[in-house]
Design a protein around this ligand. Structure first.
Ligand code: NAD
Length: 406
């Protein structure tokens, strides 16, 4: 049955239909294993009362083969129609071919939040002394910034036109061999992700929301992003629930008033240090597209790398969401049944929480932790864990299923 949206609320039936994209390369190895884990976890959590009806949809190489194009309109329409979907990684041809399907999907479905939770799972090898101190959720803006695709090569008429406009009308000095890229950040785009991050913090009882920006340099883009989100602290719907860090210091003697979340801001470069040196002081992070790209990968490295990092692309207003593994299609490992399916499985766990089936999320996370504690792991972890037993993708999945506890 279809998930529907009524009066702005998502209604999830007991047997929701969820479209899935297998993905290219290692997508074929990890996706079937992940679906098997999801089915087992749902069955165990609800004793057969709930069940996902999986619906295969096409994108990437399989879509080219069967439909003659990498991203059929039908695929986009189906995700929109069924509201929540999940995907394996898709290959992007380098230097020609088609544009990144991942970026296209985010843009055409207006999935304005890239949600990247970063939390340590016990037993995962990490370069940190205390990786467990980091427990954050990055809200990376997905539709604006230098990722908007507004750019021209230096030697084109378009770039020349923009340079001439800037030189003649704006009195800007520019070299004639400059390529041009535009960084748009809007009030609309900043406000909607700011609201989504604050709402998420309130819903899940998190302590703070930190706006990470480079507004000291890019005042009218990144600075705008910070100012618009900060202004939300005074909005009627938030002023009893949110307090800025500056007010906590000035008016409340450094102590956060009971029941309120703190809104902070940090300059992006300093934030990379903060996450390493004072990880426990951060919780929800909201940031423009490019900062978010760097920061979420760096944070993932602190808890064991991309192979373990979940992600979802979400429009919190229409509720349309596409959860995905954060790594790519790793072609050299494809078809070998050897890679780690955890990123996709953990993305599914986030999807279950998004559906309101939180129990399934925590069961899956516990089962993965248990499997890693038993040292049954895929090659990427096996080479870092002493005394580990190296298992295949599917064996790892089966172990997780055995370790599921209601
Ligand atoms: P990649 O993430 O596919 O692989 C880089 C390396 O990371 C691999 O060689 C492998 O050693 C390791 N790795 C990745 N996933 C792993 C897993 N699940 N288990 C164990 N090890 C794993 O990055 P890439 O090689 O730069 O990109 C390959 C293709 O994937 C490109 O076409 C790229 O555009 C695409 N890509 C897609 C997505 C997406 O679908 N969201 C994201 C990133 C890259």
């Amino acid at each position: 049955m279809k998930i529907t949206v009524e009066n702005g609320k998502m209604i999830v039936p007991d047997n929701p239909t969820i479209p899935y994209i297998v993905g290219d390369g290692i997508g074929k190895d990890i996706t079937p294993v992940a679906l098997k884990v999801f089915d087992a976890a749902v069955e165990k959590a609800f004793g057969g009362k709930k069940k996902i009806e999986w619906m295969k949809i096409l994108a990437g190489e399989e879509a080219i083969e069967k439909k003659g194009e990498p991203l059929p309109q039908e695929t986009i329409d189906t995700i929109r129609e069924y509201t929540v979907a999940i995907k394996g990684p898709l290959t992007t041809p380098v230097g020609g071919g088609y544009r990144s399907l991942n970026v296209t999907l985010r843009q055409v479905l207006d999935l304005f939040v890239c949600l990247r939770p970063v939390k340590y799972l016990k037993g995962v090898p990490s370069p940190m002394k205390h990786p467990e101190l980091l427990d954050i959720v990055v809200f990376r803006e997905n539709t604006e910034d230098v990722y908007a695709g507004i750019e021209w090569p230096y030697d084109t008429a378009e770039a020349a036109e923009v340079r001439n406009f800037l030189k003649n009308k704006m009195n800007v000095k520019l070299r004639d061999d400059s390529g041009i890229g535009i960084k748009p950040i809007s009030v609309f785009g900043s406000e909607r992700i700011g609201r989504a991050a604050i709402d998420y913090a309130l819903k899940y009882g998190r302590k703070s929301v930190t706006v990470v920006h480079k507004g000291n340099i890019m005042k009218y883009t990144e600075g705008l992003f910070k100012n618009v989100i900060y202004a939300l602290a005074d909005a009627p719907e938030y002023k009893d629930k949110v307090v800025t860090e500056e007010r906590v210091t000035k008016e409340f003697g450094g102590k956060v008033p009971e029941g309120k979340i703190v809104l902070k801001n940090r300059i992006a470069d300093a934030m990379f240090q903060q996450l390493l040196l004072r990880p426990s002081e951060y919780d929800i992070i909201v940031t423009p597209n490019l900062n978010g790209d760097y920061l979420s990968d760096a944070a993932a490295a602190q808890v064991g790398g991309l192979g373990m990092a979940p992600g979802g692309n979400i429009n919190f207003n229409t509720h349309v969401a596409l959860f995905e593994a954060t790594h790519g299609s790793a072609p050299k490992h494809a078809g070998k049944n050897e890679v780690n399916p955890s990123s996709l499985i953990l993305s599914g766990a986030e999807m279950f929480q998004y559906l309101g089936w939180d129990k399934v999320k925590y069961m899956i996370i516990d089962a993965i932790e248990k499997t890693i504690a038993q040292k049954y792991v895929t090659y990427d972890l096996a080479r870092q864990i002493e005394g580990a037993t190296k298992v295949s993708t599917s064996e790892f999945g089966d172990r997780i299923i055995e370790n599921l506890e209601a």
